[in-house]
Design a protein. Structure first.
Length: 323
């Protein structure tokens, strides 16, 4: 992922959310609308989330140390996971609690023009932020559907911003519907129902984000296209005759670890094997530039041992025979 593209989308979302949060709290102060209060807290949570993403991106750039020899790339995953927790607790759970309280003690909305005006302004501002996130994402997702992009992206920032902005827009529509029905019927319970809907939406989005970032934190392999390129690059047919098995792991969105056992000719000297490994590493990095950490173990291929090993139909990059 282009780091600048992700940062641009985050900054756009942060600016929009800060302005919207101020407007929503002002509308709540004048109207007493619970939907506006829930939406105001939602915007504050989103602003905090964007700040967390920026902090995570900065921390991930720290150089590797003796204590952390593979660097700090996963800081971006950690902070994205924190975003899902903040969105769930501060955004979703608070909105559900506020909606429940207003159902028990509903009241009419005062100065209706405040919440309506602010909601229309917020929808326009969020639309610009969402448009920026879509534009930056389109440069990366290729032929993937939006669902596939969110699920497969190794860089968490754009999927997080996309889901946040989408949730914000849907939440604003729900708030506008709740306020509108409350004004039309004179019954404040509709405002409370809108608040409950917003809370439910935020909790669902937070759960999706938590599931995806948890997978990244646990460690994901390279995607199928990258694995295919590595498998093709490592074997030259002469100094490296076969890829016996391979493991890949993302150390961060833009850093991949490759560990593989390769077959070399039995008659090769140690110097020949060293040159073969160096050349294979160069080919791998040329094919997949984010493959920055590579460990290749030379071995002599044995068809008998391979036949007695794991299922030869094992998926690329997954378990396979050791010899």
């Amino acid at each position: 992922m282009s780091a600048s593209g992700g940062t641009k989308a985050i900054v756009a979302a942060l600016g929009a959310n800060l302005a919207i949060a101020v407007a929503k709290f002002a509308a709540f102060a004048f109207s007493g609308s619970s939907s506006m209060l829930a939406e105001g807290v939602h915007s504050v949570a989103d602003s905090g989330n964007q700040a967390l993403l920026l902090v995570g991106g900065k921390k991930a750039k720290k150089a590797a140390s003796e204590e952390h020899p593979f660097g700090y790339g996963r800081e971006r995953y950690i902070y994205s996971f924190l975003v899902s927790i903040v969105l769930f607790t501060i955004g979703g759970v608070f909105a559900l609690y506020e909606g429940y309280e207003k159902i028990k003690h509903p009241h009419e909305i005062e100065h209706w023009y405040w919440p309506v005006g602010v909601l229309v302004f917020a929808i326009i501002a969020e639309s610009f932020s969402f448009r920026t996130a879509i534009k930056e994402s389109n440069e990366l997702r290729g032929g993937l559907t939006w669902t596939q992009f969110v699920r497969r992206a190794k860089a968490p920032e754009l999927p997080v911003v996309l889901l946040e902005d989408l949730g914000a827009l849907v939440g604003l529509v729900l708030a506008l519907g709740g306020v509108g029905l409350a004004l039309l019927t004179g019954d404040g319970i509709w405002d409370a129902i809108g608040t409950l809907c917003i809370g439910t939406l935020l909790v669902l989005i937070a759960l999706v984000l938590a599931a995806e970032t948890k997978s990244l934190l646990l460690g994901e392999a390279a995607d199928a296209e990258q694995v295919a390129k590595i498998r093709e690059a490592v074997v030259d047919g002469e100094s490296v005759t076969r890829l016996i098995h391979m493991r890949t792991l993302h150390l961060g969105p833009e850093e991949l670890l490759v560990a593989a056992k390769i077959a070399v000719p039995q008659e090769d000297t140690a110097a020949d094997v060293a040159r073969a490994i160096d050349a294979a590493e160069a080919r791998i990095r040329a094919a997949v530039p984010i493959a920055r950490v590579i460990y290749l173990e030379p071995d002599v291929y044995s068809p008998e041992a391979a036949a007695a090993g794991a299922d030869p139909a094992a998926t690329p990059g997954g378990p396979s025979a050791d010899h």
